[in-house]
Design a protein around this ligand. Structure first.
Ligand SMILES: *Cc1c(COP(=O)(O)O)cnc(C)c1O
Length: 430
């Protein structure tokens, strides 16, 4: 039954895969590699580091050094979408504005910053800079110490900004290995923060391989490994309890008769996977997560549809891996995330590049919120839900006994986009 979906993927046609082997989360969580306690550990560490974040980035002061984004209802955008796309799933529509997270301006501010902090704490304890009971603000006095160490990462752009900005602020020599897809403005911004940017003519996979190799050869270097990192994943997963608070504050009901649908743009899988894992801890089978990927780079869809995980890449399907959605330009999924998602993700959608600026424009006109094209992929899972027989069947199954529903589009990046880049993108759609 997955055959026709594989054909769609190969032909770069928009398609939808619905997971027919969902497990109840209460059972599945016992089998998963990472546990609730791991997320709690990450959450406590982020709180411990909040005073340091607040000092380094005064913009986070209103949340006392916790990096969090608003949850905003976008009723006007919903009305416009309905005009453009036809019937939409019922219920209120919200935007989770990780596009506007402090410091990195993207969802990567969750995982990336968490991993830098975790490594920094370990290094500081190991080298005696920090002792049990010390406040982490003490690290602010040790920039010279950190200047002796390197922090490296391979990135299509946003992960590099998150790791680069945070590690440069602590004093590290930060090196970001950028794939060919990376946008010029992201490289420029990084260089302006004192980060070294190395460029590769090849794709993201190559940037990661080269970065990893260089880092491994240097005992004073740490490599943030997007394809394998549990820490990144856990940093993202903290979003679950944070969203729970916001959902409660806004008096949104989520329970057996009020399902929550969440649409997440997916690259290597870490961000949407970590967030899904975090949300499942809170709402279990009452939250339904869907990933969205570009038609030319559907690496997680390929992993799930073929059940081959990270052993298959989009080039194996005859696809280019190239997309305007730079944040999603990934050819091979993370095996860790694939395994974590196999039985808890509701499904996957793929989207054509041309639609992304259209959604971007629509959101801007309707709500004056600007998000980058990669981010806009989330819209397409929502608007396509009632467009294929498979997703309609899943939707009806979820809604069978429902008295109401809520939908959240996860906006993953965009607030650091320069004005002229924004203008240029918006003007493409008239
Ligand atoms: C990185 C990124 C994603 C996806 O995150 P992965 O961990 O690569 O799956 C989505 N949107 C934007 C804007 C990103 O930068």
């Amino acid at each position: 039954m997955n055959d026709h979906i594989l054909e769609d993927l190969k032909a770069a046609r928009e398609t939808c895969w619905i997971n027919e082997e969902m497990h109840h989360f209460s059972e599945e969580k016992e089998r998963l590699l990472l546990k609730k306690e791991d997320i709690e550990d990450a959450s406590v560490r982020l709180e411990r580091f909040a005073p340091l974040i607040e000092k380094l980035f005064p913009k986070t002061a209103k949340d006392h050094g916790l990096i969090e984004s608003p949850l905003r209802e976008i009723a006007s955008a919903r009305a416009e979408l309905e005009k453009k796309c036809g019937e939409l799933p019922e219920g209120r529509l919200f935007l989770k504005c990780d596009s506007h997270l402090a410091i990195a301006g993207s969802v990567k501010a969750r995982g990336g910053i968490y991993e830098v902090l975790k490594h920094t704490e370990e290094l500081a304890f190991e080298q005696g800079i920090l002792k049990e009971g010390d406040s982490c603000e003490k690290l602010l006095k040790h920039r010279d110490f950190f200047a002796g160490y390197k922090m490296q990462v391979g990135s299509t752009g946003n992960l590099g900004m998150s790791i680069g900005i945070m590690s440069a602020a602590l004093g590290y020599q930060a090196i970001v290995h950028m794939s060919a897809d990376a946008k010029e403005w992201k490289k420029k911004l990084l260089r302006s923060k004192g980060v070294t940017v190395k460029e590769y003519a090849d794709d993201y996979g190559r940037a990661v391989i080269e970065g990893r190799k260089l880092s491994e050869a240097d005992p004073k270097s740490y490599f943030v490994d997007d394809e394998h990192s549990k820490d990144l994943f856990l940093g993202y997963a903290v979003a679950g309890e944070r969203l729970r608070k916001q959902v409660e504050e806004q008096q949104i009901t989520v329970n057996e008769t009020h399902p929550l649908f969440v649409y997440l743009p997916c690259g290597v899988g870490g961000a949407p996977g970590g967030i899904t894992f975090g949300l499942k801890q809170i709402w279990g089978d009452n939250v339904h997560c869907f990933f969205v990927e570009p038609v030319q780079a559907p690496c997680m869809a390929a992993a799930l549809v073929t059940e081959k995980g990270s052993s298959i890449c989009v080039q194996d399907l005859g696809l280019s891996g190239k997309t305007e959605a730079d944040g999603l330009a990934v050819g091979r999924a993370s095996q860790l995330v694939y395994e974590m998602m196999r039985y808890i993700l509701d499904g996957e959608f793929t989207v054509e590049d041309e639609k992304l600026p259209v959604y971007m424009r629509l959101l801007w006109d309707a709500e004056q919120i600007c998000i980058e094209p990669s981010s806009c992929a989330a819209f397409d899972g929502y608007t396509a839900m009632l467009h294929s027989s498979e997703s309609i069947a899943r939707y009806n199954e979820i809604m069978k006994n429902a008295k109401g529903a809520t939908h959240i589009l996860w906006a993953t990046g965009g607030s650091l986009m320069p004005e002229e880049v924004r203008q240029e993108l918006l003007e493409r759609v008239r």
